[in-house]
Ligand binder design. Structure first.
Ligand code: 5RP
Length: 226
C-alpha cells in the first residue's frame, strides 16, 4: 500500500468513527481500511467509550480482542447501531462490490441489520459502473465447478480464488468464486441470478445497504450520502 492510499484510508477511518456514540452496538468491518477504524475505536474504548462490537471476520475479531474492544455475537442482537466497513468498489448510488478479503458473508449479515452503514475507502474505490473488480461469490466447496458453469450460462466468467497455491478458504471454510461480468449494467439482476444458483452462500454485490461512504481524497475527505 503506498503512502497516499494509506493516508486516504486513515483519513476516512478517522472521520467515520466520529459517528460512534456511547452505549451503541457497533459492527466492525474487515480489511486494511476497516483496520484503521478499529484501531481508532480501540483508542476510544481505552479513553472510556462504552460499546459492544460485532466483528465480521476472524481477523477483525483478533484485532478487536487485542485492543480490548468488548465483543458480542450477532445472535445477541436484533439491530446494530452503526457499522464501519471497507469496500472494493462503490458507485454513485452507493452500491458496492465487497469481499476482496473474503469476509462478505458476515459483512452482509451485519450490514443488513445495521441502522447506519458507513463505508470507508481510499479514492481508488469510486467507480461509474461496478464490475471492474470481479464479484466475489462465496460457495459451498463441492458446488464450485457447478456454480462456475451456471455463471457462464448468464454471460459471466467465474474462477475459484486461490491463495499460496491452494484454494482460498473463508472463515466458514467455503470457497470464493471471483466472477467477471464486465461492467455491470444492472447489479440487481446479477445479484438475483447469483443468489438463485444452488450452492451460492452469499454474493459480493451490496445493494442499497450503504448509508454513507467516506473516502480520503489526497489530504481531504469526501462524503457521499444516500
Ligand atoms: C473484505 C472486504 C473489504 O472491505 C474490501 O475488500 C476492502 O478492503 P480494503 O479496505 O483492504 O481495501 O470486503 O471482505
Amino acid at each position: 500500500m503506498n503512502d497516499k492510499i494509506k493516508l486516504e484510508k486513515k483519513l476516512a477511518a478517522k472521520e467515520a468513527v466520529k459517528h460512534i456514540k456511547d452505549k451503541q452496538i457497533v459492527g466492525l468491518g474487515t480489511g486494511s481500511t476497516a483496520y484503521f477504524a478499529i484501531a481508532e475505536i480501540g483508542e476510544m474504548v481505552k479513553n472510556g467509550l462504552k460499546i459492544n462490537a460485532i466483528p465480521t471476520s476472524a481477523q477483525t475479531e483478533e484485532q478487536a480482542k487485542s485492543l480490548n474492544i468488548p465483543l458480542i455475537s450477532i445472535d445477541d442482537v436484533d439491530k446494530i447501531d452503526v457499522t464501519i466497513d471497507g469496500t472494493d468498489e462503490f458507485d454513485a448510488k452507493l452500491n458496492l462490490i465487497k469481499g476482496g478479503g473474503g469476509a462478505l458473508l458476515k459483512e452482509k449479515m451485519v450490514a443488513k441489520i445495521t441502522k447506519k452503514q458507513i463505508i470507508i475507502a481510499d479514492s481508488s474505490k469510486k467507480v461509474e459502473k461496478l464490475g471492474a473488480f470481479k464479484v466475489p461469490v462465496e460457495v459451498l466447496q463441492f458446488t464450485s465447478d457447478y456454480v462456475c458453469k451456471r455463471i457462464e450460462d448468464f454471460g459471466g466468467k467465474g474462477r475459484i480464488r486461490r491463495k499460496d497455491g491452494n484454494y482460498f478458504l473463508t472463515d466458514e471454510k467455503n470457497y470464493i468464486i471471483d466472477a467477471d461480468f464486465g461492467l455491470i449494467e444492472n447489479p440487481y439482476e446479477v445479484s438475483d441470478k447469483l443468489n438463485n444458483i444452488e450452492g451460492v452462500v452469499c454474493n459480493g454485490l451490496f445493494l442499497d445497504l450503504a448509508d454513507i461512504v467516506i473516502i480520503g481524497n489526497g489530504e481531504e475527505i469526501e462524503i457521499f450520502e444516500r
